[in-house]
Design a protein around this ligand. Structure first.
Ligand SMILES: [Zn+2]
Length: 194
């Protein structure tokens, strides 16, 4: 899904995931494979594939957890039992409940813990989103997950909106049968008019 060119050898390779840290880019070729470090200057990320994301991008507005001003959140919403399949509204409640995280739900009944993935759950998808929307999604440290991952940043104060809040909101909206809007199409039309 992520293609890059090794500028030293001119080879084009497909990566499973990619993260940047200082002067280096670390690339994995499979989900549990070894991570390889490359100097950023030695690789070129090929962007042609990035314009076509392999999932739907949904958008909603939430109050920033820090400054409380409204800010837009972009996320994919896919089924936990098949992470490449979009949750499309009205959604399949039986399926979401079949794969519900019941233990987590019992610990915190205020969240349904439906079997769904949002930004922060799938590393490869998070990176694709960040590459496509670098102004909105940035690598940010999360205390909850104790790692750095791409997060929506508040358009006012720049703070990263963590997985927990977004997962919580999406669960709530799904439970209330609210239809979550698609982001991509409308934004791409705007781009074309420029
Ligand atoms: Zn804010």
């Amino acid at each position: 899904m992520i293609k890059f060119k090794n500028l030293k050898t001119d080879e084009i390779k497909t990566a499973f995931s990619l993260r940047e840290d200082g002067e280096k880019t670390y690339i994995k070729f499979s989900a549990d494979g070894k991570e390889y470090g490359y100097f950023k200057s030695n690789i070129e990320i090929i962007t042609s594939d990035i314009n076509k994301l392999p999932f739907r991008v949904y958008v909603y507005t939430k109050g920033c957890y820090k400054c409380h001003k409204p800010t837009e959140i972009l996320t994919y919403i896919t089924y936990a039992d098949k992470p490449t399949e979009n949750v499309i509204f009205p959604c399949d409640f039986d399926r979401l409940l079949d794969h519900q995280n019941i233990i987590a739900h019992l610990q915190d009944p205020s969240i349904e813990y439906y079997g769904l993935n949002v930004i922060g759950d799938i590393e490869e998808f998070d990176h694709l989103l960040m590459e496509k929307y670098p102004e909105r999604i940035k690598n940010t440290y999360s205390k909850t997950k104790n790692r750095i991952y791409p997060m929506n940043v508040c358009s006012h104060c720049g703070n990263g909106q963590g997985w927990y809040y977004i997962y919580r909101d999406i669960n709530e909206m799904v439970k209330n049968n609210a239809e979550i809007k698609l982001f991509e199409q409308s934004s791409e039309r705007k781009e074309e008019n420029k």
